[in-house]
Ligand binder design. Sequence first.
Ligand code: ADP
Ligand code: MG
Length: 242
Amino acid sequence: MLKVAVFNLKGGTGKSTTALSLGAAMAGPKRRVLLIDLDGQRTLSFALGMDGQTPTALDWLTSSGLFTPLATSTKNLSLIPGDIGLFRILAESDLFTPALSRLAGFFDLVLMDCPPSLSVVSVQAILSSSRVLVPTLCEPAALRGFSEAIALIRDERPDMPIEALRVRYKPRLVLTRESDELLIESSVEMNYRLLHTVIPENIDVAESIAQQKSVLDYAPKSSGSKAYQSLAKECSKVWKVS
Ligand SMILES: Nc1ncnc2c1ncn2[C@@H]1O[C@H](COP(=O)(O)OP(=O)(O)O)[C@@H](O)[C@H]1O
Ligand SMILES: [Mg+2]
């Protein structure tokens, strides 16, 4: 079971959107994918039309014994919904490693959608993960939050494999090209992989969240849907998931 934390210190960088659409694109007959909504704001759970359903991620982290995540409307894609109580978790002991080990054998890939902060939940999720996926916007202000996020992960785990994903990509802007150059330079310095696939700015992606669907279901032929499918192919290779 490959465990991937989807993290950035900044909000609005497409973490929840990416967890949903990448998860939907990677789920298949031979691959069981689990999404875990770790943000007390619960965007991912809303986007699946499953906010308010139980058992939640707080139940998962604070209980022991058998735990069954919820099935979503996408085959082989399950969810542990978010919970406002996640904001209050202050535990010093590692809640994630034992909670994740209870899911082993039932899933091939787990995507953990982290809150945009260095809370206990984010830190523990990152430390218990096999790798971290950091979606970022290609704008100078967003890149500062991105670099800080990478540095913080590197402080805790010098060897953690990190992939950076460019989202809401606007190829025609000079700003985007400048950001690309900075990202390529810093990927060498800070030892992370800049994924080739970029997710374009696409209205269908934004609308799909409001329609409580992944963009793959909402607008299968849209540029956003195609990009998330390419991303799934690239991640399958880089992550070596069967
Ligand atoms: N590729 C995209 N094109 C257009 N809008 C997007 C795209 N990706 C995300 N968005 C929009 O950006 C906002 C923030 O995305 P979200 O995934 O909630 O970010 P985060 O989880 O990092 O806070 C949402 O309103 C979403 O609909
Ligand atoms: Mg989010």
